[in-house]
Design a protein around this ligand. Sequence first.
Ligand SMILES: Nc1ncnc2c1ncn2[C@@H]1O[C@H](COP(=O)(O)OP(=O)(O)OP(=O)(O)O)[C@@H](O)[C@H]1O
Length: 337
Amino acid sequence: MIEIHNLSKVYNTKKGQVKGVDDVSISILEGEIFGIVGYSGAGKSSLLRCINLLERPTTGQITVNGTDLTSLKGERLRLARLKIGMIFQHFYLISQKTVFENVSFSLKAAKFPANKMKERVEELLEMVGLADKRDVYPSQLSGGQKQRVAIARALANNPAVLLCDEATSALDPTTTKSILRLLKKINDELNITIVLITHEMNVVKEICNRMAIMQDGRVIEQGSVYDIFASPETDLTKEFIESVVSFDVPDIILHRCDGPIVKVTFKGEVAGEGVISDTLQQFNVKGNFLHGSIEYIQEMPLGIFIMELRGQEKEVQSALQYIKERAAQVEVVRDGL
Ligand SMILES: Nc1ncnc2c1ncn2[C@@H]1O[C@H](COP(=O)(O)OP(=O)(O)OP(=O)(O)O)[C@@H](O)[C@H]1O
């Protein structure tokens, strides 16, 4: 659906060249919600703006639905861009225009038939849950409502793709959830491919199917959100995951443990608790649970438990081996003292 090939974006500044995006390649599938995560300055906005050519890539290629956007100019580029909607952190509504006029503005720009305008705007406002706000000005709306207007405007010309630039970063957690639910509904009902950039891992965990992590302009890890949460490879990815799923065991608790401490990860339908209780029954070891949770990512369970295993070394090793054969992953966090 969206193919990003060896894309780089270099900015020429007074202090010299700055590489915003450095040789990035990503394939985004039709109908998926793809998240791009990174700290400030990682290159997320530069990459997103290259997808609809708001920024022209310095090198590389962007293909959307088989059309190489980088080869287009003028009217052909403008028409291709109509099929790529975009929303922003700060909404960018026109303050002198009502909600209705903000949405119809997009349709007028695309020469939408005037006699069908009212019906189309009302349909869009219904979709985003703002049918009763059509004659209100943006200053009379909450942040979440403003973002809903921006979403209606972005969907006006039936785009195939919706780009979201930190769309929930200015919103409180409850409003964030409601906007994410709306994006998911749009994705499900209209089959629009969504690409979102964010520095908040909970946003990705909530609605994305796949994701990429960016640092210094480069993609350092990409894959399904579930697999990345289950087996992060880089320290930065681990850091992002720990911002939503923390497995820190306080030092004072660790000092009280003298057996090996293991982190056991169970994926999907494997019943983690069952494997652990079997282990404790079959071997002469005691399990001291220090931390545990089952996260649901795309409605699939991911169980992570941290526990101390106590007993004679041979028994502990056999128990560990038994768990390893049944769990997705076992990591010895600390050897026995
Ligand atoms: N128009 C520009 N001119 C010069 N340098 C730029 C420009 N836009 C971005 N950069 C630089 O490119 C790098 C990537 O910035 P970018 O805004 O894409 O990152 P980001 O991950 O989106 O961060 P943020 O969330 O803070 O916007 C940074 O070093 C930034 O200073």
